[in-house]
Design a protein around this ligand. Structure first.
Ligand SMILES: C[S@@+](CC[C@H](N)C(=O)[O-])C[C@H]1O[C@@H](n2cnc3c(N)ncnc32)[C@H](O)[C@@H]1O
Length: 369
């Protein structure tokens, strides 16, 4: 297994924990490369003919494929192994973080109390939106916001190595690939753009926030999230890496920043973990927060708004049903121009591009004010 980038908050692992992580990594490789690809021939040989018999036609969409394929034993086996991988990954990550939670909280406290670069502002009264509290997102118990002790950082300590393991290292040593891809998109499409104030919404532990400190070294960078434990971890991680970022606990739907505070607003895999209603509200808040000529760009998982055959669309929708990501599929189906235009952005200024170059072609969505 390739090794993640080091920083002061990354939990150390002993021999047995490293062996378990290696196992989970190899298990995912096996499921991804050897088991899951077998679903397509099974679909063509067994499921498609059954749908043709039952409906008298080919499936029209991913829902019809799902309704039929879920009774097929090969798909049940493949889907169960994918789910098992997710559960194992969480279980390994949790056991590592829980064993060290006091030591990690202490380290974060030290880095916060002696900070020279990164700041943290928490709001214990901030309500957690229901789309976060109603599910354990991607099977992460308590999602990103649950505090298990005073000064807790375990959600961050689970999420950080978990992303590395889930992506099998493909997001880069610091899991920053999508941030780099959004930056690359900006540099290509807005050459010469030098934002003075940048906001990253839904920053979690700051994986994608950090690259902005290098890409725009003169900018003042803010990053918000609703989860306190991920923010404590994020601040300490950024501090240990010498990055100046102002973290605060805020809801992207209604922040306390003044109108026109930012000339660049970004997010990375935030939108698909919110809701249909929240997406509209977040776009309205982005419009309020941007200065004239400012740019908002939300990066998210690829293939949104791309036409695909019903089987391919079904394979991309697994997380909606089996990985605690209920909004994933709805976002696929949404007309993303509507939230931007209702927020006040001119139709011709809306950006929707499925080819922001990174480990995969990420989607970027947003608008210029
Ligand atoms: C997939 S994580 C984001 C990962 C992160 N951007 C990165 O670069 O790795 C989604 C994050 O969005 C946060 N979030 C969800 N809804 C939010 C909202 N309305 N306002 C602020 N943060 C939110 C969650 O707490 C979570 O930390």
């Amino acid at each position: 297994m390739p090794q993640p980038g080091q920083h002061a908050m990354l939990p150390s692992v002993d021999h047995d924990e490293a062996a378990r992580m290696d196992f989970v990594f190899s298990f995912k490789e096996h499921v991804t490369h050897d088991v899951a690809p077998g679903t397509k021939p099974i679909f063509e040989q067994r499921v498609e003919p059954k749908i043709a018999k039952d409906l008298g036609r080919a499936p029209k969409n991913r829902h019809e494929v799902h309704r039929s394929i879920k009774h097929d034993p090969y798909w049940q086996m493949s889907g169960s192994l994918s789910r098992l991988y997710q559960e194992l990954k969480q279980e390994v990550g949790e056991s590592i973080a829980y064993r060290r939670h006091e030591e990690l909280s202490e380290r974060a406290r030290d880095l916060r109390n002696n900070a020279k670069h990164a700041t943290l502002r928490l709001d214990p009264t901030l309500p957690v939106p229901r789309y976060q509290s109603a599910v354990d997102i991607h099977l992460m118990p308590g999602s990103y916001y649950t505090d298990r002790a005073d000064d807790d950082v375990t959600a961050g300590a689970i999420y950080d190595p978990g992303v590395y393991l889930f992506s099998m290292g493909s997001m880069g040593p610091y899991n920053e690939d999508m941030g780099l891809a959004v930056i690359k998109w900006i540099k290509k499409n807005r050459p010469g753009f030098k934002p003075k104030r940048i906001l990253d919404m839904g920053c979690a532990v700051g994986h994608c926030t950090l690259p902005y400190t290098e890409a725009f070294p003169n900018a003042e960078i803010h990053a918000i999230d609703v989860g306190a434990p991920v923010l404590r971890y994020a601040q300490a991680r950024a501090e240990s890496l010498g990055r100046s970022i102002h973290f605060s606990q805020q809801n992207a739907e209604a922040t306390d920043f003044d109108d026109g505070s930012f000339d660049l607003i970004v997010s990375h895999i935030l939108l698909h973990e919110t809701s249909h209603k929240a997406l509209y509200t977040i776009m309205r808040e982005c419009h309020r927060l941007l200065s004239p000529g400012g740019l908002v760009l939300h990066g998210d998982v690829p293939f949104f708004n791309q036409k695909a055959d019903p089987f391919t669309a079904f394979t991309r929708d697994w997380s909606t049903h089996y990985n605690g990501e209920p909004f994933w599929g709805t976002l696929y189906d949404m007309d993303l121009h509507a939230p931007a235009e209702q927020a006040g952005f001119a139709p011709e200024n809306v950006v929707l591009d499925n080819s922001a170059a990174g480990a995969v072609p990420w989607m970027v969505y947003g608008a210029t004010k």
